[in-house]
Each structure stands twice: as C-alpha cells, then as structure tokens.
Design a protein around this ligand. Structure first.
Ligand SMILES: Cc1cc2nc3c(=O)[nH]c(=O)nc-3n(C[C@H](O)[C@H](O)[C@H](O)COP(=O)(O)OP(=O)(O)OC[C@H]3O[C@@H](n4cnc5c(N)ncnc54)[C@H](O)[C@@H]3O)c2cc1C
Length: 63
C-alpha cells in the first residue's frame, strides 16, 4: 500500500516521517513550486513538540 500525502507543510512532513518510521511507502505532493523561508519566528505547542520528539526530529526544529 502506498500513501499519498497532500501538502508538504509541517503536518504533511511529520506524517511522512511517521510513515517512514513504520516502513510504509508514501509520496508527498506539494502545490507550491518551491519552499522558502519567511523569516518569521515559530512557536510550537508542547503537545506538538512531544509528537516531533517521538518522531525523532524535534532537534531539527530548533535549527
Ligand atoms: C504568519 C503565520 C505565522 C504562524 N505562526 C505559527 C506559529 O508560530 N506556531 C504555530 O504552531 N502555528 C503558526 N502558524 C500556523 C501554522 O502555519 C500552522 O499551524 C501550520 O503551518 C499548519 O501546518 P499544516 O502542515 O497543517 O499546514 P500548512 O503549513 O498550511 O501546509 C499545507 C501545505 O499544503 C499545500 N497544499 C495545499 N493544498 C494542496 C493541494 N491540493 N495539493 C498539494 N499541496 C497542497 C500548501 O501549499 C502548504 O504547503 C502561523 C501561520 C501564519 C500564517
């Protein structure tokens, strides 16, 4: 089974990591032509950070 994830935002990317950790096949489809930095700060709720920590990618958020 192959999963299709529509949207390469933090939700879609986190879903992709979750599926990859389970060894599942997936593709992420992003409507935007490119992904750019917007120069804005990002506040993350503690429950969201818990999910990213569980996925093993929370350190990437701090960079
Ligand atoms: C200025 C601003 C500041 C924000 N600051 C914060 C913050 O500090 N902390 C916080 O928690 N939240 C913040 N938010 C809200 C934050 O954007 C969302 O919580 C978060 O991005 C949601 O992630 P998401 O992956 O669900 O959606 P998005 O980040 O919106 O990602 C959805 C992606 O799907 C793509 N897409 C849409 N339709 C399709 C389609 N049909 N096919 C393929 N791709 C598609 C879009 O191009 C987009 O890249 C902010 C929002 C804005 C506008």
């Amino acid at each position: 089974m192959r999963f299709a994830i529509n949207g390469g935002g933090i939700g879609g990317l986190a879903m992709g990591v979750a599926l990859a950790l389970k060894g599942m096949d997936y593709a992420i489809y992003e409507a935007a032509e490119d992904i750019r930095q917007v120069g804005a700060g990002l506040w993350m709720a503690s429950n969201a950070l818990n999910v990213l920590e569980h996925l093993g990618i929370v350190e990437d958020i701090y960079q």
